[in-house]
Design a protein around this ligand. Structure first.
Ligand code: PLP
Length: 450
């Protein structure tokens, strides 16, 4: 396939190509200089399959904040996930896809009034709270809301802790909040928690589920009829990571503490769905060679500084905000290249704009490319064009196997159909006779004319 035009997204659907080969094609086209992403939609579909297989009882509500790109949202809407929205704008993004408001949880325990009014106006009734003031606001402006109390239960290890900001104490605060909700006549329907993003302590889910059980029991004494348990986010999503251990702990804890199938169990995975789907390619535009003294011998060592066209004000904001660690992979290694201690820097004039501090890399030249995998979570929605360096464009890749995967996941073959499999568009959709667990929207996967 020859790529000649890059003024629009390159969409590929070809069984002989994968995300990396498309990336290579774009680079070799010679017309690409700016940093760019490849998004593999198939990876997102595969993640959904993994999630559903690992935790069949749990209905994922994708956390939009993690990556709010249209492609991601459209794919997940088609797969039938729910959505966790944090704001009015996120709610709108999901609703404009045709998603039913009942598939949305407004999972921000501290919401601006206008956003609550917007949720009321658009029929998004399910929302979280962890404090008294939120209950008073709800009583005033959205008394029909279905509230979910968010409790705090922190993992001992997490990439990003959230408990210092959100979640009431399940013992010393939750009962009083439920008492208040009762006296205000507000309907509380369940419990939510978030153990921390990038959870490194699977056992925390059992603690959190056990604590939720106690709150369900207390709520019953007040006359509430709880039917929702929200397991929040925290599931890792990078290449090679696994949710098996977390899933095992969750499944057992659900059996032990929530055996009643009438309790709906949802989760709010973010990074799990999108981290590995995105690969970022950056171009080396400048190089500086310096001597750095060896910390042991004191001898001067050659150190190469590579300047690339995306940095911490762009995609690599994830180093600062999401505590990510990124690994630069040279797209091409020239035969016989010598390796040197190297650092990688973003394009802006800020000294803070360092992407990789110290890494052995083969000697590269201006115009060479560095690849960064697992860049789909908490990167693009936060990126800015500071110093005039543009936010990288995304090229979407979709392989034919997606369709096979969809068929696999929803084995009622008579409910499947393909609309218009043309060279320009492959539209796949699934009939949705009943229930939102079936894909409910057609998914449009444009392809290039390669
Ligand atoms: N739900 C809420 C309320 C969050 O704040 C977040 C992330 O901050 C998520 C879900 C997604 O978490 P993760 O990406 O770790 O799955």
């Amino acid at each position: 396939m020859k790529i000649t035009k890059l003024d629009e997204r390159v969409h590929v659907l070809d069984s002989n190509t994968d995300a990396l080969s498309i990336l290579q094609d774009i680079v070799e086209s010679g017309v690409q200089e700016e940093a760019f992403y490849i998004c593999d939609v198939g990876d997102i579909v595969r993640k959904h399959k993994i999630f559903k297989a690992a935790m069949p009882r749990v209905e994922p509500h994708y956390a939009v904040k993690c990556n709010d790109s249209h492609t991601v949202l459209e794919t997940l809407a088609a797969l039938g996930t729910g959505f966790d929205c944090a704001s009015k704008t996120e709610i709108n993004k999901v609703l404009t896809l045709g998603v039913n408001p009942s598939r949305i949880i407004f999972a921000n325990p501290a919401k601006p009034m206008s956003h609550i009014r917007h949720a009321a106006a658009t029929g998004v009734r399910l929302m979280t709270f962890d404090n008294e003031s939120e209950l008073f606001k709800i009583k005033d402006i959205f008394p029909d809301a279905k509230m979910v109390i968010r409790i705090r239960c922190d993992a001992t290890i997490a990439q990003c802790q959230l408990g210092m900001k959100f979640g009431c104490d399940p013992v010393s605060e939750a009962p009083q909040l439920l008492d208040l909700a009762r006296s205000l006549g507000i309907d509380v329907v369940g419990v939510s928690f978030h153990v921390g993003s990038g959870c490194g302590e699977p056992a925390v889910f059992r603690r959190a589920i056990a604590a939720s059980r106690d709150i369900f029991d207390y709520a019953e004494t007040l006359g509430f009829n709880f039917n929702l348990l929200d397991l929040g986010g925290g599931y890792p999503g990078g290449t090679g990571s696994s949710i098996d251990k977390i899933a095992d702990i969750i499944n057992r804890a659900l059996e032990d503490y929530f055996p009643d199938p009438a309790v709906n169990v949802i989760a709010e995975p973010g990074r799990f769905y999108v981290a590995s789907a995105y690969t970022l390619a950056c171009n080396i535009h400048s190089i500086r060679t310096v001597n750095v003294s060896d910390p042991v011998t004191g001898n001067p060592n050659k150190h190469i500084m590579y300047y690339i066209n995306d940095g911490v004000y762009g995609s690599f904001n994830c180093l600062l905000y999401d505590h990510q660690h990124v690994v630069p992979i040279p797209l091409k290694i020239n035969a016989g290249a010598k390796y040197y201690r190297s650092s990688v820097w973003g394009p802006t004039c800020d000294g803070l704009d360092q992407v990789v501090e110290n890494h052995m890399l083969p000697e590269m030249k201006i115009g060479d490319w560095l690849i960064f995998e697992d860049m789909g979570a908490y990167t693009l929605p936060v990126a800015s064009p500071f110093n005039g360096f543009p936010i990288p464009k995304v090229h979407v890749v979709a392989d034919q196997n997606i369709w096979m995967l969809l068929k696999d996941m929803f084995p009622l073959s008579e409910n499947h159909f393909v609309i218009g499999n043309t060279k320009a568009n492959l539209r796949v959709g699934l009939d949705t006779p009943d229930g939102w667990t079936m894909p409910s929207l057609p998914i449009t996967i444009p392809i290039c004319n390669g």
